[in-house]
Design a protein around this ligand. Structure first.
Ligand code: GDP
Length: 297
């Protein structure tokens, strides 16, 4: 289960507070220390933790909280609100072009879940928006990646444009866009190549695709299980590509919480979706308030 350790520790920190009729500044300080350690242990970015704790402390230590009715309950509410704020406050919808097709470029490191997420998103658009998406297979370095996307396309009944592995990815995208125009597809999802790590060649290729199609959305797919590495990856891709949003995958696994809580504040880019399983329907819109409730348990 995701966030298990974090939830347990936060609940414990709050429980200590609840046991007290009155909360003193010293009680508050020790609770905040526990919360800080819980977040750091969950692999949340250090600066994000510091800012979060500072905000909760400032809001909580006022007389209206500590000397008011039910201080413990008020502090729990503040923690909940500030967790929500850290993750971006509101759900941010997918960008949509005024003119079809809306172009969504998927980026990410190998294994993050990019191809799976491209399929999940195409299915979501088809089911919820009555869309007619086209998937473009532009990961030419891993032949299996193209086969995988074709299999996904068959499974969800969405066409896949592919030209094998011998054509330049930028050329493939150009030809795929042409097909989308001819067939009046309203969404195009481009599955780009991933690498084991960020390198210049990967970024140059993504930049070239970006300048060719001017995507309405550049979604970076990151694996929540990789914690701070997911955050570093997001920073790297954002610096190079100016991404428009993040998809956090594998939140059904045993992840600690660091990526979910850090990405928004570090990159200033919204998490738009979360992947919660391997099946094609396991993609959900990211709601910061619901995630905060889930973390608090
Ligand atoms: P890519 O290399 O980034 O295209 O990654 P893939 O789409 O091939 O995904 C890598 C692995 O992660 C596959 O086995 C997927 O089934 C799995 N995967 C992707 N998203 C999720 C998710 O949200 N939850 C779980 N449990 N597995 C996922």
């Amino acid at each position: 289960m995701a966030f298990e350790g974090l939830t347990e520790r936060l609940q414990k920190a709050m429980r200590n507070l609840r046991g007290k009729g009155k909360v003193s500044e010293a009680d508050l300080r020790s609770t905040m220390r526990e919360i800080r350690l819980a977040l750091l242990e969950a692999d949340v970015n250090f600066t994000v933790v510091r800012n979060f704790v500072k905000r909760v402390q400032t809001r909580s230590k006022g007389a209206e909280v500590l000397e008011g009715l039910n201080p413990a309950q008020q502090i729990v509410k503040i923690v909940d609100e500030e967790l929500t704020k850290t993750m971006g406050e509101e759900a941010v919808p997918l960008n949509k072009s005024e003119k079809i097709p809306t172009v969504i470029m998927m980026a990410g490191l190998q294994g993050a879940g990019k191809t799976t997420t491209a399929g999940k998103l195409a299915l979501k658009l088809k089911n919820e928006n009555n869309a007619r998406p086209l998937l473009i297979a532009a990961d030419v370095y891993r032949p299996a990646a193209i086969d995988q996307l074709v299999t996904v396309g068959d499974q969800i009944d969405v066409p896949v444009f592919q030209q094998g592995t011998d054509v330049d990815p930028v050329e493939i995208v150009k030809n795929g866009m042409q097909q989308a125009k001819e067939n009046h597809n309203d969404y195009v999802l481009i599955d780009t190549a991933g690498r084991l790590q960020i390198d210049e060649k990967l970024m140059d290729e993504l930049k070239n695709i970006k300048s060719l199609v001017h995507p309405d959305e550049i979604l970076l797919v990151v694996d929540a299980m990789t914690g701070q590495n997911a955050v570093n990856t997001a920073e790297g891709f954002n610096d190079a590509l100016d991404i428009t949003g993040v998809v956090l995958t594998k939140l059904d696994g045993d992840t600690r919480g660091g990526a979910a809580l850090s990405i928004r504040e570090v990159t200033k880019k919204p998490i738009k979706f979360i992947g919660q399983g391997e099946k094609m329907d396991a993609l959900d819109v990211f709601h910061p308030d619901r995630m905060a409730s889930r973390i608090l348990g």
